[in-house]
Design a protein around this ligand. Structure first.
Ligand code: URA
Length: 207
């Protein structure tokens, strides 16, 4: 019975015609598709502007995100905002920021494959509704789970590169270091700033 009830809720989320409808339905769904539902406080759908043409995809909500029900509001999010501000980009106005999984993994561990798979229909629906021109993949977990062929890769090589993918026609991807990685290893910050400048030069042409 419980399962039937969630099935109906899930259909409502996945059949949403607008992003606002989708967001409200998912946030209130009480989703139980994976074990992360047992420990989360909130389902974290996003932060920013769903009408923007830039979509940023991170890994999973952390503690602050879980408390506030908003993506990238902790230290990593603040660093991301600051780095983007330096290139003249307002993350709340000019992008939508989401995660591969919408619920916080205990102790901020990396999400398991089955958790990512359980959340994938929601990620797909977000991309479908937002129709971004540019997707910025924040970190290795986002790259690995959004681009299925990417299994063995080095972030040193991938970060800062643009590419396209047949499953996402009309979308330009760029891989970036995850801001939490920059917090752990600030020596990578100048490289990240370079990558962001490259992104900004491209975005200036297409917006
Ligand atoms: N790290 C992420 O990948 N996502 C968040 O929302 C916060 C930190």
């Amino acid at each position: 019975m419980q399962f039937d009830l969630f099935d109906a809720t899930q259909n409502k989320i996945l059949e949403a015609k607008t992003y606002a409808e989708f967001k409200e339905a998912l946030a209130k769904s009480g989703c139980t598709r994976c074990a992360l539902s047992e420990s989360r406080r909130h389902i974290v759908v996003d932060r920013g502007n769903p009408d923007a043409n830039v979509l940023m995809i991170g890994e999973a909500p952390g503690e602050n995100e879980d408390l506030q029900a908003k993506a990238f509001v902790g230290r990593a999010g603040q660093l991301l905002d600051e780095l983007m501000r330096q290139i003249g980009f307002d993350t709340n106005r000019e992008s939508l920021i989401i995660n591969v999984v919408k619920c916080r993994p205990p102790e901020n561990r990396v999400p398991k494959q089955e958790e990512v798979d359980a959340c994938r229909p929601f990620l797909k629906k977000q991309i479908e509704l937002v129709k971004p021109r540019i997707i910025l993949l924040l970190g290795a977990v986002a790259l690995k789970h959004v681009i299925s062929e990417k299994r063995d890769f080095s972030m040193e090589k991938e970060a800062g590169t643009f590419f396209e993918h047949q499953d996402f026609p009309g979308v330009k991807f760029m891989v970036l270091y995850h801001p939490a990685f920059i917090l752990r290893d600030p020596r990578k910050k100048p490289a990240m700033v370079e990558h962001l400048k490259r992104f900004k030069a491209y975005w200036d042409q297409v917006r």
